[in-house]
Structure formats: C-alpha cells, structure tokens
Design a protein. Structure first.
Length: 140
C-alpha cells in the first residue's frame, strides 16, 4: 500500500500492473527471490515529462523507496543503481559462479551492463524526431 501511495503522490503515472508472485524461488535474479511471504510485482510505466537528469533522479528515488520497503526493481525494468548497489542486491559472488559454470562470462555482458541505463540513452532532438515519425498515432 505504501508503494501505491508513493506512486500516486510522486509519479501520477498510470496504468499500474499488479502481479502477485509466490515466493521461495532460489534464483537470486528472480523477482520473487525475496524474504517475504508474498511478492507483488508492481509495473509502473508511462510518459514522465521531465528532462533526463530529473528522470534519472526520479528513478533513483523510486529505487531507494522500494529498497526501504524490502523490495527491488525487476530486471526487465530500467535500472539506475550504481554498480555497487546493484551487486549488493543481486549477489555478485553467486552470479559470477553461475556465469563461470556456463561460460557466459566469455560471450555475454553481465546483467548489470544489460540493465543499467546510462547517459547514452539520453533523448536527443534527432531521437525525438525519429520517435515521432515512427509513432505518428501517439496522442500527446
């Protein structure tokens, strides 16, 4: 409930996706690998009318708020955690053991690199025009 109140107060973004998950999964990358009886995956998506640095700070605040509630972002979401914060959440030692076992460290970037949103995603005028051309039926 606290998270939904936070969304209403700070984001005013809808729709909201609520998906209850059973707990007990031992896969530390799984959204339901938390020490609780019930996990609710809350998806929040929509347009936020802020510049890129404000958007990043908004996400950082959201990540801190979720952490204080005992949760974390699911890996399909954009992540703005620092590398140290990310690996504190997802257990770097466990992850590297798994990557080495399947030789993924030779071929694939690590999960932090795949989910971290860096400055390279900052919206540009050209990118904005491309988005407008690609999606002409979007209502503003």
């Amino acid at each position: 409930m606290h998270f939904l109140e936070y969304i209403e107060k700070n984001l005013h973004t809808y729709p909201i996706w609520l998906c209850p998950l059973k707990t007990g999964n031992q896969d530390k990358l799984s959204p339901n690998c938390l020490k609780t009886n019930l996990v609710i995956n809350v998806g929040v998506w929509g347009e936020v009318k802020k510049d890129f640095s404000q958007f990043v700070e908004l996400n950082r605040e959201l990540e801190r708020f979720v952490e204080n509630l005992g949760g974390r972002k699911v890996l399909y979401a954009h992540a703005y955690y620092s590398r140290d914060e990310f690996w504190k959440i997802y257990d770097l030692k466990w992850y590297n053991t798994l990557r080495n076992k399947y030789q993924a460290n030779i071929t694939f970037p690590d999960i932090f690199e795949k989910t971290f949103v860096s400055r390279k995603y900052k919206q540009t005028v050209l990118g904005g025009l491309y988005g407008l051309i690609k999606s002409p039926f979007k209502v503003s």
